[in-house]
Every structure is written in structure tokens, then in C-alpha cells.
Design a protein around this ligand. Structure first.
Ligand code: UDP
Ligand code: MG
Length: 347
């Protein structure tokens, strides 16, 4: 019988402390699932702390492990895209390198996938080891994007998920530069189901997402998946114009009825400042979208590959690489073909 194929994709940036603890856990889980033919693909997102050397060691000791190294740090979203692009067959399971997504849950994801689901995603019911501020802002963000975006972005759901071959093929067709992965997953659709889990604290090392990075990610999410802020700018403009009109009418009536004793400098200043502020906000909003249009129009690759190092066994590898690269149409049986990889291989 042909066993189901699953590749676990892990983006890692400076994770020398966490990876030696994660891999044995993951390997134990994969060993136990003997009805699944599994591979592990580590994407080194331009680490500078010896993660790549560490990964070499892991790959030397485990024939399931494939390694991909990007030319520099491209960010988690690009690193994941690179990883998913290199999954040649079957489904992909995305995991964080820091153990926050427990690998022990993978069999549950696989079970759902076998039931026919295309996007099995982990939804956090609890987050350990994260500040209340991060939890509160994350909560607010998911509610906001949920209301603004037309495509579903499930709340409290990160990248911890399993994608079927056809969901993967579909995702690979979305080549936009501003990648808000959670939104892209939602856009793909197909049969989706959540698995609830408690998010553990990092096993080692520090978070790579500080306040500004998270803020920018949130901005990315809102502007990539919603044009509501642009509309909000319009409404704000209409509202201020209406208020200004009423106020203007009132001044006119006042002048006609009671005369005009040249006063009102404070009023004038406040009106000018207010309108100036509103205009700048609206301009800034337009600028955000224009800037995105600009980066999009440059059509740069999403990432550059420094090294692609598939693990053994060699015969299985030859088979996978030999598959022709017809363009990836989204069909139910998307197993056999490998969609074109849009990142550029430099070596
Ligand atoms: N990561 C990455 N590139 C980056 C930032 C993060 O590949 O530029 C990886 C990181 O190694 C980890 C995952 O993305 O495997 C999640 O990062 P982190 O744990 O720092 O984020 P948090 O869980 O705090 O949101
Ligand atoms: Mg983490």
C-alpha cells in the first residue's frame, strides 16, 4: 500500500538553543506514525548563530531531513513560503522551531487530514509564557482583521497547521510580496477544521517578534486583506466636510443676524489643524496601499536560496526531483506534479 506522504516544514532563524530539543521530540512522533511516510524540511532563514551547522548535524543523523538555506533573513513568512515551495509531494505540516507548537499533536492533525480536510489548523485556547500585553493585542488584532477582511481569518490561529496537497498547490499560486500567511491560508479555502490546543512557552531562546515587528505584521494583515481603511478615510472626509458645511452655514447666519465683529482666531486655528490632521491621515493611508503596489510591481522573487540539501534515501529523491514542473493546476489529485518554484535558486 502506498503510504500517505507528509513533510513537516520548520522555519528557523537563530534557533540553536531550541532545535536540539525540538528535533528528538519530532522524530519520536514521526517514528510512531508508521502509516505515514514523513520528511522534515528545515528552512534556515539566514541564521547567524550556527543554526545551519547544527542542522547539518541533525540531517546527518536522520535521513528524513531536508535542508534549505536562504541567502539572508527574509522573515518567517518568506521562509515558510520557501519551505512549502520545496515540498514535492503529499501534505505539509507547519511547525515553529521553538516547540511552541507541540509536535506531539501531529497525529491529531493527520487524523483530520485522513478524514478529508485540506486545512487543519491549530487554534490556541491558552498561551503560556507570553505577556498579557501580547495576548491582549493579539486578541484585539484577530477580532479587527476578522471584521475587516472578506476572507476568513480564524481567531487565535497561527501557522501551526497541516495543508493537503491540493491546498498546498493552491497556496503556491499566491505569489504576492506582502505575505500575510494567515490570510492567504484563509483565502485558499477548501475543507477547513480547527484543532484546539494549549500553546506552550518557548523551549529555549527568545521571541523573534518584538513590538514593531508585530505591529508591522498587523498592518500587513489589514492592508493585504482589506481596503476598509481606505473607505474609512473617505467616510472621515465626508464626515468632516459635512461638519464644516454645517458650521459654515452657522457662521453665515450668525454674521447676517448679529454682524461680524472679527473674532474667532481659536476656532479658525482648531478647524485648520483638525482638517490638516484628517488630510494627513487619509494621505498616509493611501500611501500605505501605494507603497504595497510599488513593491508588488517590482516582481522580485520572494526569497533567494543559498543551499538546497535534500536528505536520503537517494533513489526516492531522484524520483521526486525528476517530476516535471508543469504549472500547478489545483486539482484534487495534485500529488504527482511539482509546481514551479518562484524563488530563485542561486546554486
Ligand atoms: N522565524 C523565522 N524568521 C524570522 C523570524 C522568525 O524563520 O525572521 C521563525 C522562528 O525561528 C520560529 C518561528 O519563526 O521558528 C516563530 O518565531 P517566534 O517564536 O520568535 O515568534 P513568536 O512565537 O514569539 O510569535
Ligand atoms: Mg515562538
Amino acid at each position: 500500500m502506498n503510504r500517505d506522504r507528509l513533510t513537516v516544514v520548520i522555519a528557523a532563524w537563530n534557533e540553536v538553543q531550541a532545535l536540539p530539543r525540538l528535533h528528538p521530540r519530532l522524530a519520536a512522533v514521526l517514528d510512531a506514525m508508521d502509516d505515514v511516510q514523513s520528511r522534515v524540511l528545515y528552512v534556515d532563514d539566514g541564521s547567524s548563530d550556527g543554526t545551519w551547522q547544527l542542522l547539518q548535524g541533525i540531517a546527518a543523523g536522520d535521513a528524513r531531513v531536508d535542508l534549505l538555506r536562504l541567502s539572508r533573513n527574509f522573515g518567517k513568512e518568506a521562509a515558510l513560503t520557501a519551505g512549502l515551495d520545496h515540498v514535492t509531494e503529499g501534505a505539509a505540516m507547519i511547525l515553529d522551531a521553538d516547540g511552541q507548537d507541540p509536535p506531539e499533536l501531529i497525529p491529531q492533525f493527520v487524523a483530520r487530514w485522513r478524514e478529508g480536510y485540506d486545512d487543519v489548523h491549530g487554534t490556541r485556547i491558552q498561551r503560556q509564557g507570553e505577556s498579557w500585553l501580547k495576548k491582549a493585542t493579539a486578541h484585539a488584532f484577530y477580532r479587527l482583521i476578522g471584521r475587516l477582511s472578506k476572507t476568513p481569518v480564524p481567531a487565535d490561529t497561527g501557522d501551526f497547521r497541516l495543508l493537503s496537497a491540493r491546498a498546498l498547490a493552491a497556496l503556491r499560486q499566491l505569489r504576492e510580496r506582502h505575505r500575510f500567511m494567515k490570510g492567504l491560508f484563509g483565502w485558499v479555502g477548501f475543507r477547513r477544521i480547527a484543532i484546539e490546543y494549549e500553546r506552550d512557552a518557548r523551549i529555549a531562546g527568545n521571541t523573534k517578534f518584538g513590538f514593531w515587528k508585530l505591529w508591522n505584521l498587523a498592518l500587513e494583515g489589514v492592508t493585504s486583506f482589506s481596503t476598509a481603511p481606505l473607505r474609512a478615510a473617505t467616510y472621515l472626509g465626508v464626515l468632516t466636510a459635512a461638519v464644516a458645511f454645517v458650521y459654515g452655514a452657522w457662521i453665515t447666519v450668525k454674521a447676517v443676524v448679529w454682524g461680524d465683529p472679527v473674532a474667532g482666531w481659536p476656532t479658525m486655528m482648531s478647524v485648520i489643524l483638525f482638517l490638516g490632521g484628517v488630510q494627513l491621515i487619509a494621505l498616509g493611508l493611501i500611501g500605505e496601499y501605494l507603497g504595497r503596489l510599488y513593491t508588488e510591481s517590482k516582481q522580485r522573487p520572494l526569497y533567494l536560496v543559498d543551499a538546497w540539501q535534500p536528505g536520503g534515501p537517494p533513489d526516492a529523491r531522484l524520483l521526486a526531483v525528476g517530476v516535471s514542473s508543469e504549472s500547478g493546476s489545483v486539482t484534487g489529485a495534485g500529488h504527482a506534479q511539482r509546481p514551479p518554484v518562484a524563488g530563485v535558486e542561486t546554486r
